[in-house]
Design a protein around this ligand. Sequence first.
Ligand SMILES: [Zn+2]
Length: 253
Amino acid sequence: MSRWIVLGSAHSIAAPHAANTHFALVTTRRIVLVDCPGPVFPHLTRYHLSPHRITDLVLTHFHPDHVSGLALFLQNLWLVGRTRPLHLHGLPDVLDRARRLLDLFRWHRWKREYSVHFHAVEGPGLLPLLREPDVHLYAAEVKHSVPTLGLRFAFPESGRVLAYSADTAPCPAVEDLARGADWLFHEATGAGSIHTSATQAGELARRAGVRHLFLVHTDPDPRARHRLEEEARWAFGGPVTAAWDGLTLVWEP
Ligand SMILES: [Zn+2]
């Protein structure tokens, strides 16, 4: 059984019912966190995920609403006595800044018993991040104000595909990531040179042949989300859901 859990669905300004956008992918072999905007441990407790079982953390880009919880997360892992290595994935710029952030906290002096492995990826096209029998993860650089990765999870056993745009303006890289995806989680912050509107997300989902579009990184107000759903549905012509915190997709295997 695999699960994709929306740990947070809000844009940069979170609300009591909506944390900043981040996710957890749970498969039999891996638990992959995507971004780390704030305290992660309350979410792990809420969704019954053991902090000892998290295998990977992907940082899409180095903006506060995506990485501010990193040092706290690593400190919490130390304090619960984690021993299993943790794998951090991202662009070289992002991992370099993450290291510098952790250095400010003098993390090398922590008496932690787990190691942290940095895996930098860069280059054109789809970049392989992970290859397990139950999940292949690819990334591609998208179009934001800082170096940013969008993601494509392919699940070979079920043939399913899930894509996440990260923060981006509409661009060919997101279309490639989303091509034929069962589920596309696309940001819908608003039109502009570094973000995407709900209408643009709908248009992109249609071009990419996506089955179900989920909007994330949105205004947490339920009325605003309803309006964004309508806009995207009109442009997409298929099912659209404005994601909420706790929304979970479950599939076999
Ligand atoms: Zn953001």
